[in-house]
Design a protein around this ligand. Structure first.
Ligand code: BES
Ligand code: MN
Ligand code: ZN
Length: 497
């Protein structure tokens, strides 16, 4: 996919299709008027007849207008007149892109009105166009045996930019393409079934990154090395499974980066049956997505490598299955984490926090500036926030606020959840330093509080993505979230350097 800018006359653009906006009262935007004058006002007559509503989300394809270089004009509904908001702009861009991909258009010019630069900066405009294109073109990596439908024809998207804005827009294109590559990798990994996407498979996917990006160094630990690291909690979760675990470390170093690294940690449960505390059958298939955090870390490291960000970033993934078996952990079992704290496993379905506590402890050896973990950790976060916001927990309010802000800016929203001492107290155990569960109340917070016991000396945030990383129902599949939020955070750090 190619992204370009143009500064010249719209009617002369060498593209298959030009997308222009129209309002619901039939009025044309200035760009649409320019074309209209060239094609003897066919567009305004069409609008007057009222065939096209001009409502947001709707579009109308007009072909073979005389006087234009493009064979097609796509009218995109903008709704009422007035300043266009960022949300309305994204909707219009998405409408244009998805309409174009339903045709054989190969090159599309987006001549839509844009929000003011202080609402949508040039760089972000470029990034969003590339990101939205990537999302529109994404096709689920299904394993259907029928012949694949014809691929999309679209391979070039052109956006208007003043000569002054051009460099920023182009920089944004590069960011958006890296984001697309990363979130596509995440989605493809997460969508795979657990019999294909095993911990071993995730390890190979990480190793593949090092082949394409010079800045990335990858290390994959197997069972003996994990034992040597005394990751008792991680080992406890994997012990019931025949599938060998993997502990994956991906390092991006940049010669110009002076700061301590950002460490990203991902939950990589390639299938969560619940273990001996077995889950109910309904929707259990969705537990193949329980490695979404891991997939996001791998995808984000891909983006970091692609952009060769002037930062030090480390990605850590703990990957295994959670299975019931004769060797599986049982409720009441007590194990010792790598940090030395003992944990009474009251519920084997609360396995995410067990693998993460050892991964978070491992992160300490990088003397990180910031550690951010992401995990499909609790059903309780879905009850609390639904599927629209990722839950943010942190032992540092400034970091939490920054992540929430990044989510807003990147259209990948997150919400700051409380994490005060009381929640940690609920994890008391009679027999060990702590239990791995604390009852139903505030379930997503007590899960975060469990992790908090292992991150006291870190600046740390935890993203609970159980509601946002994938969707169920007819469009079942990975969403790629929170890749955009994370890349926004890393890009900000890179430019603040
Ligand atoms: N992977 C699940 C969390 C989950 C649930 C993700 C639903 C996506 C959708 C996690 O390992 C889990 O089972 N958590 C338990 C914790 C409980 C036993 C304290 C849960 O949420 O029920
Ligand atoms: Mn579980
Ligand atoms: Zn789980």
């Amino acid at each position: 996919m190619q992204f370009e800018t143009w500064t010249k006359a719209l009617a002369e653009l060498p593209v298959d299709c030009v997308a222009v906006g129209v309002h619901d009262d039939g009025e044309l935007t200035p760009e649409a008027k320019t074309l209209d004058l060239r094609c003897r006002e066919k567009l305004s007559r069409l609008m007057k007849r009222g065939d096209f509503s001009g409502k947001p989300g709707e579009s109308w394809l007009v072909t073979d207008l005389e006087g234009l270089r493009a064979e097609r004009v796509l009218l995109v509904g903008l709704g009422a007149k007035g300043d266009i908001t960022r949300k309305a702009w994204r909707r219009a861009v998405l409408t244009a892109l998805s309409a174009a991909t339903r045709t054989r258009v190969t090159s599309l010019a987006l001549a839509l009105p844009r929000p003011a630069a202080k609402v949508l900066a040039d760089e972000r405009l470029g990034r969003s166009v590339a990101e939205l294109t990537g999302n529109t073109l994404y096709r689920v990596n299904d394993l259907k045996s029928a012949k694949k439908p014809r691929p999309h024809a679209l391979n070039r998207v052109v956006v208007a930019a003043s000569a002054k804005a051009e460099p920023a827009v182009k920089k944004g294109f590069a960011q958006g393409m890296a984001l697309t590559a990363g979130s596509t990798l995440m989605r493809n990994l997460a969508n795979l079934p657990s019999n294909v996407c095993t911990p071993t498979y995730l390890g190979r996917a990480a190793e593949d990154l090092a082949k394409t990006h010079k800045s990335l160094k990858v290390k994959v630990l197997g069972l003996p090395e994990i034992k040597r690291e005394k990751m008792g909690c991680f080992l406890a979760v994997t012990q019931g499974s025949d599938e060998p675990p993997r502990f994956i470390v991906i390092e991006h170093r940049h010669p110009k980066a002076k700061n301590a690294p950002v460490v990203l940690v991902g939950k990589g449960i390639t299938f969560d049956t619940g273990g001996i505390s077995l889950k109910d059958p309904p929707l259990m298939d969705e537990m193949k997505f329980d490695m979404s955090g891991a997939a996001c870390v791998i995808g984000t490291m891909n983006a970091v490598g692609e952009l060769n960000l002037p930062l030090n970033v480390v990605g850590i993934v703990a990957a295994c299955e959670n299975m019931p078996s004769g060797r599986a952990i049982k409720p009441g079992d007590i194990v010792t984490s790598a940090q030395g704290l003992t944990v009474e496993i009251l519920n084997t379905d609360a396995e995410g926090r067990l693998i993460l506590c050892d991964a978070l402890n491992y992160a300490k050896r990088f003397k990180p500036d910031v550690v951010i973990d992401m995990a499909t950790l609790t059903g309780a976060i879905v009850v609390a926030l639904g599927v629209h916001h990722t839950g943010v927990f942190s032992n540092n309010d400034a970091l939490a606020r920054e992540l929430v802000d990044c989510g807003l800016a990147a259209d990948d929203r997150a919400w700051h959840m409380p994490l005060t001492e009381e929640y940690g107290e609920q994890l008391k155990s009679n027999f060990a330093d702590m239990a791995n569960v604390a009852g139903r109340d505030g379930g997503s917070i007590t899960a975060a509080a469990f992790l908090g016991k292992f991150t006291k000396d870190l600046t740390w945030a935890h993203l609970d993505i159980a509601g946002t990383a994938y969707q169920g129902g007819a469009a079942k599949g990975s969403t790629g979230r929170p890749s955009a939020l994370l890349l926004e955070y890393l890009l900000r750090r890179a430019s603040a350097r």
